[in-house]
Design a binder for this molecule. Sequence first.
Ligand code: 4NP
Length: 160
Amino acid sequence: MAAATRSVLFVCLGNICRSPMAEAVFRAAVSRAQPAASIACDSAGTAAYHVGEQPHPTTLAVLREAGLATAHRARAVVEADFETFELIVAMDRANLAELRRRAPEAKRASIVLFRSFDESAAPEAEVPDPWGKPIEAFREVYTLCARASVGLLAALTPSR
Ligand code: 4NP
């Protein structure tokens, strides 16, 4: 029997810097390591400041450096996301707290920090906000996303 489709939503504040990067990096990790895996991915922001916009130009530049691209347009988290997605992955503690505040109680346990999947990260470690910072900050986001994606993929595709 085919494995059930898994689903994950990546969330930051504006959905233009970190979470679209996380989504693109995770998609690439899935297609490289588990091309047969069926994992639905999306990203969204807890704020609606940038709805409809493309990812930040520096997010796009750093993805391009890695040979990746994204057609994502920013959107805000909606109530239905808590039902649609099996797992909601927050980039930092402020967004984690905001998501848990908005979520129905039964769904709170499925909202976790992205870096909790990175074995080398300290407990409660965050993907820091690079907005307004130089490209190095966005490259650091890329590195953190790549590390956490390995663990997230392992968590979603347990070996049988
Ligand atoms: P993100 O970065 O949450 O990683 O997309 C930000 C983007 C925009 C703003 C803050 C953070 N803003 O305040 O507009």
